[in-house]
Design a protein around this ligand. Structure first.
Ligand code: GDP
Ligand code: PGA
Ligand code: MN
Length: 607
């Protein structure tokens, strides 16, 4: 029998044996029309974006250079947690919070889905690197996909193409390891069959094989399901690597804060999807003299440095931000970044003169094309932009990026913020007593669900460290990894942990705290706590400032509201306890004893 010839499969710009073998194996299974090795060049970008315009997937924006509007299939707008699996060999290693299936069984189901799934399409091979290319141990991956939309999005979100492939083989000929990530939209084209603007499949699987460091995704073209370097590699697979190697892969933004005295601090913050990471990362402080610069807006990889401090690196190269609510008041830096062009906009609305629009960006024009590609006018019952519509834009063109955003050494973290979206109970800011108590805060973090994942929104759920959909192993083991991390460093060198809530509401549902740029007041208080300069009152849940202890000079918003945002209500907290108990019961035997102890101590303090 002779091997099937697929044009391009042998035109590989590498001799990396494992990569060549895997590409051939996938091509033979999925049967594409041709194979293209992605180089990441500007010519390639132009060729692919032109192709996407011709296919009707993209509309070129007249008002933003080199930028495009895309509308997805209405059933492919967000991450699908129901269809996301951790296929560890042993079910216990997936734990109580992940979907699990036996890896062999999953592979046999998906192999049949992949068989011929790229017929009539081009199979792209995208070598990529998460984190700086000049890292001593570059974190390499290869995504195979049959979606041009994925290729151009990966160009913004990762360091990819030839410059990444160059790191696959060392000068001495050693072939480096990489994470294979297979993606197919699952929409083969028969000869003569017309394509649709957003091909995808009703059957979706987002699957991780942690022991093999392998990712298989099928059926969806949406960011978190299809750009496999992001949530799949940098969180689910990387969290497993971090567990094994003693570091942390977290769902955290990284920002650089400079005080009026020119002292520099780095802060990492974990909030669930669509709960304010991108906004905090690009914050424009409302307090004079303080400066914020951006290092990352979604993911932090944190390792101990030789000095015993925890250093964070952003593995990404772009922002994949929630569009609605973004404007020159809430996030001026994001607006300035996308104004420069070179950006993709998915499921926003399109103006008649070739610009983008979404709820919260300002007054709506008389007529729009909605994310559903329907006519839309002000007063319409439906939203013009999907609540999870996204902009995708390079970090490099963000004016507030910190000079060290691309430094493989990372930046030493002084403070970690955990936060969620809670209408009640959780005060604006609480400082933990120590690392273990901070880990308890993270492990019991709760938030109202958002449009970033398919399902009902506004339902309170536990979202530990904002990692519920992203922990690649057993959540109990993950908590233990956090506790152990705290034992590996001198307490004075560990970041201080805080718990924040920008989303507490008053009786009429209004937000009690003005948020956005005003969040700089909370950053300032946290830094001054670390410096021993700011006061706080001790409460049953930790250290909480009074309104007098925050710098509220010139704050937007009502003093009584801010006081209400800072309130610690023993009654509300007593109502929270059974929810935490239920959550800990779900974690089961693997729950670390120190976290049970923290819960008991909290109950005692609440009386
Ligand atoms: P991410 O997905 O965690 O990066 O969240 P984003 O920063 O993109 O924000 C998600 C949504 O929350 C957007 O609609 C924002 O406008 C909104 N948001 C972000 N920060 C704040 C805040 O401080 N207060 C309020 N009320 N809304 C916020
Ligand atoms: P995010 O997630 O909301 O945390 O930015 C992106 C995604 O849903 O893939
Ligand atoms: Mn974000």
């Amino acid at each position: 029998m002779t091997a099937v010839t697929i044009p391009g499969v042998d035109q590989a710009p590498t001799t990396h044996k494992r990569l060549l073998a895997w590409v051939r194996e996938v091509a033979e299974l999925t049967a594409p029309e041709q194979v293209v090795w992605v180089d990441g060049s500007e010519e390639e970008w132009t060729r692919l974006t032109d192709k996407l315009v011709d296919a009707g997937t993209f509309t070129r924006l007249d008002k933003k250079p080199n930028s495009f509007y895309a509308a997805s299939d209405p059933n492919d707008v967000a991450r699908v947690e129901e269809r996301t699996y951790i296929c560890a060999v042993d079910e216990a290693d997936a734990g109580p919070t992940n979907n699990w299936m036996d890896p062999a069984e999953m592979k046999s189901i998906m192999t049949e889905l992949y068989r011929g799934s790229m017929r009539g399409r081009t199979m792209y091979v995208i070598p990529f690197c998460m984190g700086p290319l000049n890292a001593e141990n570059p974190m390499l991956g290869v995504e195979i996909t049959d979606s041009e939309y994925v290729v151009v999005s990966m160009k913004i979100m990762t360091r990819m193409g030839t410059k990444a492939l160059d790191r696959f083989i060392d000068a001495d000929g050693t072939e480096r390891d990489f994470v294979p990530a297979l993606h197919s939209i699952g929409a083969p084209l028969e000869p003569g069959q017309a394509d649709v603007a957003w091909p995808c499949n009703d059957t979706k699987y987002i699957v991780h094989f942690p022991e093999e460091r392998l990712i298989w995704s099928f059926g969806s073209g949406y960011g978190g399901n299809a750009l496999l370097g992001k949530k799949c590699y940098s969180l689910r697979i990387a969290s497993v690597i971090g567990r094994d190697e003693g570091w942390l892969a977290e769902h955290m933004l990284i920002l650089k804060l400079t005080s009026p005295e020119d002292k520099v601090y780095y802060v990492a913050a974990a909030f669930p999807s669509a709960c304010g990471k991108t906004n905090l990362a690009m914050l424009d402080p409302t307090i004079p003299g303080w400066k914020v610069e951006t290092i990352g807006d979604d993911i932090a990889w944190m390792r101990f440095g030789e000095d015993g401090r925890l250093y964070a690196v952003n593995p990404e190269n772009g922002f994949f931000g929630v569009a609605p609510g973004t404007d020159y008041h809430t996030n001026p830096n994001a607006m300035r970044t996308i104004a420069k062009g070179n950006s993709l906009f998915t499921n926003v609305a399109l103006t008649d003169d070739g610009d983008i629009w979404w709820e919260g960006i300002g007054d709506a024009p008389e007529h729009l094309t909605s994310w559903k590609k329907a006519d839309w006018a002000p007063g319409s019952e439906e939203k013009a932009a999907h609540p999870n519509s996204r902009y995708c834009t390079p970090i490099d063109q963000c004016d507030t990026k910190a000079a060290e955003w691309d430094d493989p050494k990372g930046v030493p973290i002084s403070a970690i913020f955990f936060g969620g979206r809670r209408a009640t109970t959780i005060p604006l800011v609480t400082e933990s007593r120590d690392w273990q108590h901070g880990t308890f805060m993270g492990a019991t973090l709760s938030s109202e669900t958002t449009a970033a994942a398919v399902g009902k929104t506004g339902v309170v759920r536990r979202d530990p460290m904002a990692m519920l959909p992203f922990i690649g192993y057993n959540a109990g083991d993950y908590f233990n990894h956090w506790i152990e991390t705290g034992k590996r460093a001198d307490a004075t060198k560990l970041p201080k942990i805080f718990y924040v809530n920008w989303f507490r509401r008053g009786d009429d549902k209004r937000f009690l705290w003005p948020g956005f740029g005003e969040n700089s007041r909370v950053l300032k208080w946290a830094i001054e706590r670390i410096e021993g300069k700011a006061a706080a009152r001790e409460t049953p849940i930790g250290w909480v400032p009074t309104a007098d202890e925050l710098d509220l000079d010139g704050v937007e918003g009502d003093r009584a509201d801010i006081e209400a945002a800072l309130e610690v209500s023993a009654e509300e907290w007593r109502a929270e306890i059974p929810l935490i108990e239920e959550w800990f019961d779900k974690i089961g035997d693997k729950l670390p004893t120190p976290l049970r102890d923290e819960l008991e101590a909290l109950k005692q303090r609440l009386g």
